[in-house]
Unconditional design. Structure first.
Length: 109
């Protein structure tokens, strides 16, 4: 008889564990879905933040170039930085064109 009560108690505990596992598995799925949704929302907010920062920088540049007092130095610095970037791009394109011309000349030989 004692063995039978031990088995019944063991079965009850296994059933409790299985039920708890089911609840936890369900909770885990819900939390994963929530995590996915929050990550998507975070990405959207980061993109919105980038767009707003870009818009603000563009407006500050416009204000600075139009003679606005405090943003004028920022605007000039940004224009200079952009010009240096353009110059680097032109140099890279020129280097690529020179390399292509050299390759054609070597092929012709």
């Amino acid at each position: 008889m004692a063995d039978k009560s031990v088995l019944i108690t063991l079965e009850e505990r296994v059933e409790q564990l299985l039920a708890a596992h089911g609840r936890l598995a369900s909770l885990c799925r819900e939390l994963k879905e929530e995590c996915t949704a929050l990550r998507a929302e975070k990405r959207a907010l980061e993109e919105q933040n980038r767009a707003l920062r870009s818009d603000l920088a563009r407006k500050e540049l416009t204000e600075g170039l139009s003679g606005g007092g405090r943003n004028r130095d920022k605007a000039r610095a940004r224009v200079n930085r952009l010009m240096r970037e353009v110059d680097k791009c032109i140099a890279l394109v020129g280097g690529i064109e020179d390399a292509a011309a050299r390759d054609k000349m070597n092929e012709a030989k």
